[in-house]
Design a protein around this ligand. Sequence first.
Ligand code: ATP
Ligand code: MG
Length: 199
Amino acid sequence: MSDRETRHKASMQKLKERVDEKVASATEQRGLIIVNTGNGKGKTTAAWGTVTRALGYGYKVGVVQFIKGLWECGERNRLEDDPNLDVAIMATGFTWETQNREADTQACREVWAEAARMLADPDVYLVVLDEITYMLKFGYLDIDTVKQALENRPPEQTVIITGRNAHRDLVAMADTVTEMQEVRHAFASGIQARRGIDF
Ligand code: ATP
Ligand code: MG
């Protein structure tokens, strides 16, 4: 064996030991709070990826979409016939288009009621609160209400929160937080959002 191969083998052995150690020390089993935030693309895509993953094992999944302007999406078209998937969508138009605070607050309350129902149901294995960060930012929804529902949810239930500028309390209570960092986005070069790729 060459020197290089010997060194590689030794370093792989060390890596394996470190990974094995970490795997052995992860003994707790419970549902998670996952936050996908940041300005880069991929927050909602990653959430739907996890929805597909959970449905693939026959788990019940709830998705709550807090901004209707982003309603058209291929994932939903593909998965909506799955009897284990329950999707709730906010009833008004895109928040930045309607600029009707009262109507938006009411619509937000209504769709939050659906979210609260899912967050209280032990049969629901995964709940996605898509773009909920904006509801908190605009003051349509109260952070304490959301925190309480998350804290009291069934222990086996996982919740994914998506949207930019996640409230610091949500970041603090989450088990897994990913900040999507924008390096570049095609839209900035004048390229339109693509069907089946961006939505
Ligand atoms: P995606 O749904 O593609 O995973 P996202 O959830 O991370 O994106 P949003 O802010 O919710 O980000 O994006 C809404 C729409 O804007 C999507 O069509 C998305 O592809 C697009 N988008 C995402 N990030 C950016 C960005 N940095 N600049 C411009 N458009 C973006
Ligand atoms: Mg999104």
